[in-house]
Design a protein around this ligand. Structure first.
Ligand code: BDR
Ligand code: CA
Length: 321
């Protein structure tokens, strides 16, 4: 039976690929998509999500979520400077890793009347069977829902989070973007009591997607595969310039790796159950502190220290075929 999932996104180039993968693979039953601010403001991440839905001729419901973080930028200015993930083409024009709006036809704007946290509460309170939540943006929606109604956790089968980093960071010297964007929300979600699998930068960078994979997608020739190939090529240019991976001309395609894990758990490597806490202030704000000691208390997160590029590419390419 396909696994029922709710996807929480801040669409975003790699979020778009996660939506496409979830919609196209028969092992996944995409019951709803919630949007959150993150890569772009909420109006853009929502509109981008709707444009991808149209591209796929899909009809999953979209719930617009939080436009700001729980605490961040409300109470005090943040200390560590953030990095820009951009590159430049031959003419000196900036290539952004996430466009404001995708170069796709405007959507009809059709979203559900409930906002995302209310949807979580409503759906999970009444769910007949537990559901998996795949959260690939800042964790604000889920944190708000858990604050509103903590007992919804009983109907969560697993929360798969793209976020965090052990040896690799991107937003600051210590933090990965999704966690850095709303660290208080992340800390709350990590302690909600559900089974949590974390897919950090260490996993997404080692399960890289290559230019050859992008070419294979292009060769499929469908509107969705061509769009995905274009997003991946853009990401490769930015990675080569700003965040070079060990393998040249490749990129991390973070968010769809969470979907791939639900299809084939072996796409993640070196998964260890550890205590993971989020730093909430100072230079390390948003850092995921992963306890590696043999004896530790409060193991709350299955943390993936690596990923398998071949398995990942196969899952991705087969979906578009
Ligand atoms: C994460 O941040 C976002 O920019 C990506 O969509 C991904 O979810 C990677 O740090
Ligand atoms: Ca994302």
């Amino acid at each position: 039976m396909p696994r029922k999932i709710i996807l929480d996104v801040d669409t975003g180039s790699d979020d778009a690929c996660a939506i496409m993968l979830a919609q196209l693979r028969p092992e996944i039953d995409l019951i709803a998509v919630c949007t959150v601010k993150g890569n772009q403001p909420i109006e853009y991440t929502t509109e981008n999500t709707l444009r991808i839905r149209d591209l796929l001729h899909a009809d999953f419901p979209v719930y617009k979520g939080c436009s700001g973080s729980l605490v961040k930028n409300v109470v005090y200015p943040r200390i560590p400077p953030t990095a820009n993930a951009d590159a430049y083409d031959e003419q000196g024009n900036k290539i952004h890793i996430h466009q404001e709006l995708f170069d796709l036809p405007a959507s009809d704007g059709k979203i559900e009347p409930l906002n995302a946290p209310n949807f979580y509460v409503d759906y999970l309170k009444n769910a007949k069977q537990p559901v998996t939540i795949v959260a690939v943006g800042p964790l604000t929606n889920l944190a708000v829902a858990l604050i509103m109604e903590p007992q919804i956790v009983k109907n969560i089968e697993e929360i798969v989070i793209m976020g965090g980093g052990w040896n690799i960071t991107n937003a600051t010297l210590a933090a990965e973007f999704n966690i850095y964007d709303d660290p208080e929300a992340a800390q709350r979600v990590l302690h909600c009591g559900a089974k949590i699998t974390m897919v950090p930068l260490d996993a997404t960078h080692s399960a890289y997607i290559s230019r050859k994979d992008a070419e294979a997608l292009k060769a499929i020739g469908s509107p969705a595969s061509l769009f995905a190939a274009d997003l991946i090529e853009r990401r490769i240019r930015v990675h080569d310039y700003a965040q070079p991976l060990e393998v040249k001309h490749s990129c991390a395609l973070h968010d769809p790796l969470c979907i791939a894990y639900l299809i084939d758990p072996d796409v993640l490597k070196d998964v260890k159950l550890c205590n993971v806490e989020v730093s909430l202030s100072g230079l390390t704000e948003g850092q995921t502190c992963v306890d590696q000691r043999a004896i530790q208390e409060g193991r709350n997160v299955h943390f993936a220290f690596g990923g398998d590029p071949k398995r990942f590419a196969k899952i991705l390419i087969e979906a578009f075929r």
